[in-house]
Unconditional design. Structure first.
Length: 277
């Protein structure tokens, strides 16, 4: 099922695309270009097509400007998929900075690295606030780790504290921070439903090695990833950040459940969002 030839060719394409696009990107960042996240989106779009990732979207992403995107997390492939769809920077645990290859790309892409330790939540919140007040959109995986792709783990609410205070818009006005839940599910392989036993081929968790897992992924066929953009909310709709985190978890879990059960439209209408039960 895994083709070594396909894996080698796709990895070669990934390296070639990266080498071609990395130089201009770093030059633009060096001169203070503010739209670096849009360049990153173009890069991930080219990469996902080259390595056999097909993306279907449901719903509408929040408009540009400061916003917090909250998504479930099954694999490092989530970064490629969401990076392709959104002009945003990621929030990642500090260990990611040391990953071979991906750590370097994460640093170049202006990823916000945070410590997942007790006692440092205020400092991490201030770090995220600084980026949001600068007009950036951030993508957060509040599970804190990846899983087998068949479920959504409980959300950690600490970093939702960034939504408790207004953010500054480009015009200098203050507004409540939009928080948009997003469901990500790996649903089909070469057009056929991806069964439960095969989802770990794409999910990365436990003691899996990065190199071995990546070789397997690149040697498989075309995978379809369904991404559902749910309606954005603000902290004002909830009594506290824990209630906001709980809402986002429930909405995302429902979307993932629908996607994995094959209950999403085969040809999604623009902007359509699957209804909650």
């Amino acid at each position: 099922m895994v083709s070594p030839v396909a894996a080698i060719l796709r990895f070669a394409a990934f390296l070639a695309i990266t080498l071609v696009m990395l130089g201009p990107y770093m030059a633009l960042v060096a001169i203070g270009w503010k739209s670096h996240s849009r360049y990153s989106s173009a890069y991930w779009r080219v990469v996902t097509r080259a390595i056999g990732i097909r993306v279907r979207t449901f719903g509408t992403p929040v408009a540009g400007g400061p916003a917090l995107i909250v998504a479930n997390h099954a694999s490092y492939l989530d970064i490629l998929v969401l990076g392709r769809l959104l002009p945003a920077c990621f929030v990642a645990k500090r260990e990611v900075a040391g990953w071979p290859g991906f750590g370097f790309l994460s640093r170049v892409a202006q990823t916000v690295f945070v410590e997942r330790k007790r006692g440092g939540s205020a400092r991490q919140r201030d770090l995220l606030r600084g980026r949001l007040d600068g007009g950036e959109m951030l993508i957060l995986f509040p599970e804190g780790t990846s899983n087998d792709g068949n479920r959504v783990l409980p959300f950690k609410s600490a970093l939702f504290a960034v939504a408790e205070e207004p953010v500054r818009t480009a015009t200098g006005d203050a507004r409540a921070l939009p928080v948009q839940p997003v469901s990500v599910a790996y649903t089909r392989l070469d057009g056929l439903p991806l069964q439960r036993a095969f989802r770990p081929f794409y999910a990365w968790y436990g003691d899996m090695t990065l190199a071995g897992h990546l070789f397997t992924v690149l040697g498989l066929g075309q995978v379809t990833v369904d991404v559902i953009f749910h309606p954005p909310v603000t902290i004002g709709n909830f009594p506290d950040r824990k209630a906001l985190a709980s809402h986002c978890h429930d909405v995302i879990h429902h979307g993932v459940t629908l996607a994995l059960a094959g209950r999403l439209p085969s040809d999604p209408a623009p902007g359509a969002v699957p209804a909650r039960a």
